[in-house]
Design a protein around this ligand. Structure first.
Ligand code: ADP
Ligand code: MG
Length: 701
């Protein structure tokens, strides 16, 4: 197996090593300069690379290529073209030009654009992102060369998630470099953000999945009474992995490794049927591409094992939902992790400045971070039926909190001049990196050499959260850079800045139990926002102070913000609409008929028993019939409420108003309707209930 792993890793990637081997020396060098310095590729170079790429892909069995892009749906998109080209004598050759590598022109009219481009102006372009390697998708249907690309409109607006992500990485690099220069670093050329995304998911048996319309249409169960056993025994987390699942995971690893996705950790998660896979961290851009691939591959491999992977944030009520932990840091191109506290006082001072800046960013732009983690599925987790809460706070751990408190209390004038020793601490003690100092309830936790943003939705792209994270940190770095660049006495100014930032923003630091009710009250006292839903979070998107920073750092134009806001509302409204309709249909066509059947059979049994033995007590049967009939009455009333709410929401033109009505009326009606239905499930005979129960979905895998 170990040999196998090394042999398969990256076999389907047009990697740096392959390029080095296959490209002429100077073409390879030019290409590297493009990646490292953003230099433009010439036509000739592109032609040579395209040719090498094609030869490699064809040798590996590819017949088609596609520009692989990430439209605002959060999924990936591809349009396959054959390498086929016709010759004058009626034959065919396999061709792939530099132009085809660099640019594509898929019809953009069917992707969400939030009003950016009228449908008649359907032109959309894809442009090669050479910083993320091309790869081969291989399955029983064939082999396709995939070229990671950005997707934008005729007028240059980003229509995807990759473009703003690349812009945000660039912005952060520019600002972080200013700070590093002030600290005397003349060696590093750029700062890269690094990300390791831990992916949680559920697996259910395909035969049960196929019998549940809610899972098929919405990815989550809209009904389901809790089985006698849930997750309370704490026996699933890190529990031994069943053979069927282990076989699935083994194949998953191999498929991911082939694609160069460094799947490293896998284990059972808290809820029954829930699992996690995590790769080794990479550059944000590649980590994002890899997470998209990971979600796709998990689903595909699951199918081969007669399993279905649920990526939804809350597939089951009453047990844990799924998230995606976005581990994030910043590193220089020559390998210095800027969130590593370091060993020397100089490194410590730099670390403390970056830390204080992140405190400011997280505190000041909490609504944006919250928004970046919002989707309809996550509304069931954040601040709702499940922790973590919707309040953005930051965990620093006891030791680091103690240090920032000392800095805050320290006397600025009482300094040992000339060094960084006087920033509050001489040297930071080595921070513990083991799991003891972990807080699993914090949405934004420092974990020794990185931050872990734990709110992210399991089904969504991590581009959104990272765009925001990079942008807000870039902005706060910019402010500090402006101030420090002007200072006559750097050391003194540095101390002042760090102290001020800590003082102003330590309210965002919270090391206690984020899942407790006391924290909700305490956070309110501290004035921290508690934004409970996707619709509410979305309403913050285009505040002038946010547009200002998006525009300043060239992340989004005002129009791009407006379009994304509209798409978020639309997407929310559509998913709740589908959920509402599915629920209504399942009630009318499955639950009510099943209940009537059962009730009838019980009623028939009463008359049958009575006809044989009139004196027998049939009060149990009568009670069942009465209870079902009462609950069915509730069902009838609430399903009518739901349908009315859906009609009302559908009729609204304004997307923002519409999304709010979906949240306030449709969603609420759904919650209400579920209650009597789940009670009915507990009464009706198991073999007459119209679809598989939680017992089957969660425990029979
Ligand atoms: P846990 O579940 O204990 O939080 P995991 O090992 O499952 O930890 O995941 C931790 C993730 O953090 C991995 O993807 C790892 O590669 C990533 N990581 C480690 N160092 C960094 C870093 N400097 N920047 C970004 N991610 C990192
Ligand atoms: Mg983990």
């Amino acid at each position: 197996m170990s040999k196998n792993m090394i042999e398969v890793f990256g076999t389907n990637v047009f990697s740096d090593a392959i390029m080095k081997e296959r490209l002429p020396k100077d073409t390879y060098k030019t290409f590297k300069r493009t990646i490292e310095r953003g230099e433009k590729l010439t036509k000739e170079t592109a032609e040579i690379i395209a040719n090498a790429m094609k030869d490699w892909a064809i040798q590996k069995g590819a017949t088609h290529y596609t520009h692989w892009f990430q439209p605002m749906t959060g999924k990936t998109a591809e349009k396959h073209d054959a390498f086929l080209s016709l010759t004058s004598d009626g034959g065919a050759t396999m061709q792939f030009s530099g132009k085809e590598l660099i640019q594509g022109e898929p019809d953009a009219s069917s992707f969400p654009n939030g009003g950016l481009r009228a449908t008649f102006e359907a032109r959309g372009y894809t442009a090669w992102d050479p910083t993320s390697p091309a790869f081969l998708k291989e399955d029983s249907a064939g082999v396709t060369l995939c070229i990671p690309t950005a997707f934008y409109s005729y007028t240059g607006e980003a229509l995807d998630k990759k473009t703003p992500l690349l812009r945000s990485m660039e912005a952060l690099s520019v600002q972080a470099m200013r700070i590093l220069k002030l600290f005397g670093n003349n060696k590093s050329k750029k700062v890269i953000t690094t990300v390791g995304a831990e992916q949680e998911y559920f697996l259910v048996d395909k035969k049960y999945y196929q019998q549940r319309k809610d899972l098929i249409f919405t990815g989550r169960t809209l009904f389901g009474a809790l089985p006698p056993k849930g997750q309370e025994m704490d026996d699933h987390y890190f529990g031994s992995i069943k053979e069927r699942i282990a076989n699935f995971m083994r194949e998953l690893d191999i498929e991911l490794w082939k694609l160069g996705v460094s799947a490293k950790t896998k284990h059972n998660e808290v809820a029954p049927g829930q699992h996690e896979v995590a790769p080794i961290f990479a550059t944000t851009n590649i980590a994002t591409d890899h997470n998209q691939l990971m979600m796709e591959v998990i689903q595909k491999v699951a199918m081969r094992h007669d399993l279905v992977c649920l990526l939804h944030e809350k597939p089951f009520a009453g047990v844990n939902g799924s998230g995606k932990h976005n581990n994030w840091s910043m590193a220089t191109d020559d390998g210095i992790n800027l969130l590593d506290p370091g060993k020397t006082p100089h490194e410590n001072a730099q670390f403390l400045l970056f830390l204080a800046v992140i405190m400011e960013a997280v505190d000041e732009y909490a609504p944006l971070l919250r928004l970046s983690a919002a989707n309809a599925g996550n509304d069931h987790r954040l601040g709702a039926n499940e922790a973590p809460p919707a309040i953005i706070s930051m965990f620093l751990g006891e030791q680091l909190t103690d240090i920032i408190e000392q800095i805050e209390a320290g006397d600025l004038n009482n300094s040992i001049s000339g060094g960084f020793l006087d920033i509050g601490v001489s040297t930071l003690p080595r921070l513990p990196k083991d799991a003891t100092d972990r807080n699993r309830t914090s949405p934004f936790a420092f974990t020794g050499n990185r931050f872990e943003f734990r709110m992210c939705p399991s089904s969504a792209s991590i581009a959104g959260p990272n765009i925001i994270l990079n942008t807000i940190v870039a902005e706060c770095l910019r402010r500090v850079a402006e101030e420090l660049e002007k200072a006559d006495d750097f050391t003194h100014a540095l101390k002042k800045v760090v102290k001020r930032l800590i003082k102003d923003h330590k309210k965002v630091v919270f090391n206690g139990d984020g899942y407790s009710d006391e924290w909700v009250e305490e956070a309110a006292r501290r004035g921290l926002p508690n934004i409970k839903s996707t619709v509410e979070a979305t309403s913050y998107f285009d505040r002038p102070e946010y547009i200002e920073i998006f525009e300043r750092h060239h992340i989004f134009s005002k129009e791009e913000v407006a379009s994304r806001k509209e798409i978020t509302y639309e997407e929310y409204a559509k998913s709740i609409n589908i959920e509402g309709l599915t629920m209504s249909q399942m009630v009318n066509k499955q639950i009510i008929p099943a209940c009537i059947d059962y009730m009838t059979s019980v009623a028939e049994s009463i008359s049958k028993i009575k006809s044989v033995c009139p004196a027998v007590d049939v009060s149990i049967q009568e009670e069942i019939v009465t209870n079902i009939s009462k609950l069915l009455f509730d069902v009838r009333v609430t399903v009518a409420e739901l349908n009315k709410a859906i009609d009302e929401a559908k009729a609204i033109d304004d997307v923002e108003k519409q999304a709010f009505v979906y949240r306030e009326k449709v969603f609420t009606a759904m919650e209400k309707l579920r209650k009597p239905c789940d009670k009915l499930e507990a009464i009706v005979s198991e073999d007459m209930w119209p679809f598989p129960t939680y017992d089957e979905l969660l425990f029979r895998v």
